[in-house]
Design a protein around this ligand. Structure first.
Ligand SMILES: O=C1N[C@](c2ccsc2)(c2cccc(Nc3ccc(F)cc3)n2)CC(O)=C1Sc1ccccc1Cl
Length: 332
């Protein structure tokens, strides 16, 4: 007989809350760290995993399902068939060819473009209203590729961009000043990775601009102290790769934080890769670069016109030029 006896004969309440769903494409170290963090943060009713390797995929699904007794209830499904992504509120793409030793970035990019031609169209077909969030590298170019392949409006195609760079930057500043990283507001913008741009004037601790914070705290600083922290952001990425071979936890938390802003319509401001054409004199073509953007249920709700020094704006324009040259060689 029924497992539970109902205590009254009334019809079950009609489900008022819409069923929410996130699909994660790529069940590698990054994809699984994102999936695990989404589960612990109770962000959705349903989590779907897609990968090309059926055994690895089923293994990860089962392993996550077995944690159900310790997690908020979330349906977890996995398949090599994109049909199960139907109706996703958010599709997070972490799939990507691994860079072979000595492989040029352009060659890696061309392999990833070929992969994306098989990933993005089916996602867009099964979830025509979804938000696409691209994590795979090189993230700025692959976000542009995804925008082109999906045919979506640019506000619904977001690259993880310098969100991870900025979270490492905030950690290092907080560690240097012995404050909580959540009280450090600091943005790294532009091209993700080696050529990113740290915005000094935007740094504030508990609302106090860093330059006056340092003076008040009599913490001796020179401009290169802040430059050194930006350099440490880049070096730490290489150090993690050298020591453990990949990155997972920081990217996992940073992308799950972006997912929360979308699913919970937080309208929080994150440095993410957006269509940057028209900002700061970037007008050589359609290019995605990270700028502080307001993220909500509709994707990019707006881009802040944060103050940039002439040098910072010039570095963004230089990155845009480099990326446009790479994109022109892709024949899309
Ligand atoms: O933390 C990372 N790890 C990666 C990584 C993860 C697994 S294998 C390599 C990393 C680390 C170091 C360099 C690097 N370069 C790279 C450039 C273009 C590509 F298409 C792929 C990788 N990538 C991928 C990546 O983007 C990051 S963030 C990062 C990278 C370089 C400088 C600053 C930051 Cl904040």
């Amino acid at each position: 007989q029924a497992f539970f006896k109902s205590i009254h004969s009334a019809a079950p309440p009609s489900p008022t809350k819409r069923h929410t769903k996130i699909s994660v494409i790529g069940a590698g170290n990054v994809g699984m760290a994102i999936a695990q963090t989404i589960l612990t943060q109770d962000l959705v009713d349903e989590l779907v995993l897609i990968d090309a390797k059926p055994d690895k995929l089923r293994g990860e699904m089962l392993d996550l399902q077995h944690a159900a007794a310790f997690l908020p209830r979330t349906k977890i499904h996995a398949s090599v068939d994109y049909a199960i992504t139907v109706g996703s509120d958010l599709c997070i793409v972490t799939a990507g060819a691994r860079q072979n030793p000595g492989e040029s970035r352009l060659n890696l990019l061309q392999r990833n473009v070929a992969l994306f031609k098989n990933i993005i169209p089916p996602l867009a077909r099964h979830s025509p209203d979804t938000i696409l969030m691209i994590v795979s590298n090189p993230v700025d170019v692959l976000t542009y590729i995804s925008w082109k392949l999906s045919g979506f409006p640019s506000n619904r195609v977001i690259g993880a961009g310098t969100n991870l760079d900025s979270s490492r930057f905030r950690f290092l500043i907080a560690d240097h000043l012995d404050v909580n990283a959540q009280d450090v507001q600091a943005y790294i913008v532009g091209e993700h990775g080696d050529s990113s741009v740290a915005l000094w004037s935007s740094i504030s601790i508990g609302g106090v601009p860093v330059l006056s914070f340092l003076e008040k705290q009599q913490i001796a600083y020179e401009k290169e102290t802040l430059e050194n922290i930006h350099k440490a952001v880049i070096e730490s990425a290489y150090e993690v790769i050298r020591l453990k071979g990949y990155t997972s936890w920081a990217i996992g938390y940073s992308v799950a934080n972006l997912a929360r802003s979308v699913l919970r319509d937080q309208r929080k401001i994150h440095p993410v890769s957006v269509l940057a054409k028209g900002f700061y004199g970037i007008d050589g073509g359609e290019v995605f670069l990270s700028l502080p953007a307001q993220i909500g249920r509709g994707g990019v709700m707006g881009v802040t016109n944060i103050h940039l020094t002439d040098e910072e704006a010039q570095r963004l324009r230089d990155s845009a030029k480099t990326i446009l040259e790479v994109q022109s060689q892709l024949g899309l």
